[in-house]
Write a protein that binds this ligand. Structure first.
Ligand code: DGL
Length: 356
């Protein structure tokens, strides 16, 4: 009887010690906020073989977290559903609301890192916008998936685990906004979606920043363009984004789109031309007319890689145009909107396109 009492007292003490050790270990883990916006990572298909046919933006953040108990091994996570949209339907209002929420959370001492789940279609644009405007050196990690969680070989669970692991890592600080997909850690500025149906869809012409494997980060390069705490832009001081649109160049292009956009009240027009940002001879005068109306003309290229050389295909100095450097048209639009919150001077705009 006496022994069993002692044994039970010992067992109770041991259980208490174990519980407090677990609690201490949990407290030692970083605090990571998961902001959910929709996309395929929150998608659901009718059957496991539906890896490409499914409904995006269906599963809530709490269910995403509950479905991945392994997250508790790398961080204390809390979830917040900012909105639930397929990312092709994101608006400037969504972008502003998300960035302001990220900025607010990044200021909290009990938040060590932030993960944003997002659709793959436009995650590259949101990532660039955040890296330009959120003044924090804490890790902000975007994450998406090419297949819904209901599909065979779904990629969302590991992508999300990796994102939370990176967001809780001290060595992920001061690297700008990141994207974790398919084991890679990509720069939010440089990354684009280059394949529309493979888990290895995302890459940058300048290479990944590193990889994350089993909760450990392996870094191989660091961003050189200005971002986050070194940016001159601050989401806390931006309440609206000026209208900027894109028109593409291609064989047989007419001026219909450009003329209509120029009459629509836009502040800048991104011309996504073939080659090194080439402009058809019949289109040059229409862009000059837009410039004369005070619209900034920014020459980008529809070619995925490389960068537009100033005064090469067109006399940009003479026409008072800007070149988009290595930014694809959709990213050039993001930077032009942000830059226009501060300046419409062409020389200043070109400096900004060199530096960001
Ligand atoms: N509708 C697309 C989006 O929300 C689905 C693509 C995806 O998230 O992978 O971006």
């Amino acid at each position: 009887m006496y022994l069993s009492l002692r044994f039970r007292a010992f067992a109770a003490g041991a259980a208490l010690l174990a519980a407090s050790a677990i609690a201490q270990a949990q407290q030692a883990l970083p605090n990571v906020m998961i902001l959910a916006t929709g996309g395929t990572i929150a998608g659901a298909g009718a059957s496991a073989v539906n890896s490409a046919t499914y409904a995006a933006a269906k599963v809530g953040v709490e269910k995403l977290i509950a479905g991945l108990p392994e997250l508790s091994k790398v961080a204390n996570v809390r979830g917040e559903q900012v909105f639930q949209v397929a990312s092709e339907s994101m608006t400037n209002a969504n972008l502003l609301a998300l960035a302001k929420r990220v900025s607010q959370l990044a200021k909290q001492p009990d938040v060590d890192g932030i993960v944003i789940t997002h659709g793959t279609d436009t995650v590259e644009e949101t990532a660039y916008f955040l890296t330009l405007t959120v003044r924090t050196d804490k890790p902000i990690v975007m994450v998406a998936s090419m297949r819904p969680g209901t599909a065979l070989s779904a990629d969302g669970a590991l992508n999300l685990f990796d994102a939370v692991s990176v967001a809780g890592s001290k060595d992920a600080r001061s690297k700008g906004v990141l994207l974790t997909m398919n084991d890679s850690i990509e720069s939010g500025r440089d990354v684009s979606k280059n394949v529309n149906i493979k888990p290895s869809a995302f890459s940058s012409q300048w290479g990944s920043l590193g990889m994350v494997v089993e909760g450990r980060n392996y870094w191989f390069r660091a961003p050189v363009k200005r971002h986050t705490v070194n940016s001159e832009f601050d989401i806390d001081k931006i309440d609206a984004l000026p209208p900027v649109e894109i028109a593409y160049g291609y064989e047989g292009v007419s001026a219909t789109a450009i003329d209509a956009l120029a009459r629509s009240g836009i502040k800048a027009l991104i011309h996504g031309g073939p080659g090194n940002g080439s402009v058809a001879d019949r289109i040059v005068p229409r862009l000059q007319a837009a410039r004369a109306e005070g619209i900034l003309v920014i020459r980008a290229s529809r070619v995925p890689d490389g960068f537009v050389i100033r005064n090469a295909e067109q006399p940009d100095d003479k026409y008072d145009w800007v070149v988009a450097h290595d930014l694809r048209p959709q990213k050039a639009r993001i930077l032009a909107m942000v830059a226009l919150t501060k300046t419409s001077d062409t020389k200043e705009m070109q400096r900004i396109f060199w530096e960001y």
